[in-house]
Design a protein around this ligand. Structure first.
Ligand code: FPP
Length: 236
């Protein structure tokens, strides 16, 4: 039985392309295998009792990849969402997408809206997929909403501003995992991750197992979180 579980875990699923190249396969095979891995991770997150799992599936910068890779990633996503819908509903998962969804193909926007609506009353794990997402873009969109909503400068607080972000209502991210040896946040949950613990592993995303996820949980449990103070909030 694990104690001191992070409420919100974010995952930067990196290394699909290298995984495929190492095997002499097209990059898309890495994405395919990577999509399979997400299912194992979602199960493990449910077992451990995490409240929110956010997966970085497609960044705003990823639109600059070659057309055929973008198209295949969108097809994969559509297939994945359509196939998994029933299971998400059955397992009580609440589904949510963050990012600039207007840039996504109309068919994917429609599927996302349907899944969000059909899972909105679910009480289990909240599964958030970051799609066409960039942290700076999310903050800028929130600023624009504030201005167009006529909010006066003296009315703005951190709490109020958070309600304008795509993650409105979700807790701050406690732990961010990044696979494939890169040690960067790459524009992921910039506001929400201000005090996040970071876990980096050399493992490429398609090789990231349930066991390694549990290792990341154990590593998190050993961390002392002080939020800029001298004690963690639970000790004060
Ligand atoms: C980074 O690897 C990964 C992506 C840009 C896409 C992530 C997508 C998936 C795991 C599949 C779809 C997701 C869901 C939720 C169905 P990379 O291509 O940058 O790898 P590289 O750095 O080795 O080139």
């Amino acid at each position: 039985m694990l104690t001191n579980i992070p409420r919100h875990v974010g995952v930067i699923m990196d290394g699909n392309g290298r995984w495929a190249q190492l095997r002499g396969l097209p990059r898309v095979e890495g994405h395919r295998k990577g999509a399979e891995r997400t299912k194992e991770l979602i199960k493990a997150a449910q077992e451990v009792g995490i409240d929110v799992l956010t997966l970085y599936a497609f960044s705003l910068e990823n639109w600059q990849r070659p057309d055929d890779e973008v198209t295949t990633l969108m097809e994969l996503l559509q297939l994945y969402l359509t196939r998994e819908l029933k299971d998400l509903i059955m397992e009580g998962i609440k589904f949510r997408v963050i990012g600039d969804r207007e840039k996504l193909p109309a068919v994917i926007q429609a599927i996302i809206t349907e899944i969000e609506e059909r899972t909105s009353a679910n009480k289990g794990l909240t599964l958030v997929i970051a799609l066409s997402y960039g942290g700076r873009d999310e903050i800028l969109r929130a600023v624009k909403k504030a201005i167009s909503g006529g909010i006066r400068p003296e009315e703005i607080t951190e709490e109020k501003f958070e309600t304008l972000l795509d993650t409105s209502g979700l807790p701050a991210v406690d732990l961010i995992i990044r696979t494939s040896g890169e040690k960067r946040l790459s524009n992921f949950l910039l506001w929400q991750g201000a005090y996040a613990e970071l876990y980096f592993t050399e493992t490429l995303w398609p090789d990231f197992t349930r066991e390694e996820f549990l290792c990341a949980m154990q590593d998190y449990q050993r961390r002392e979180r002080r939020f800029g103070g001298i004690m963690s909030p639970s000790e004060s």
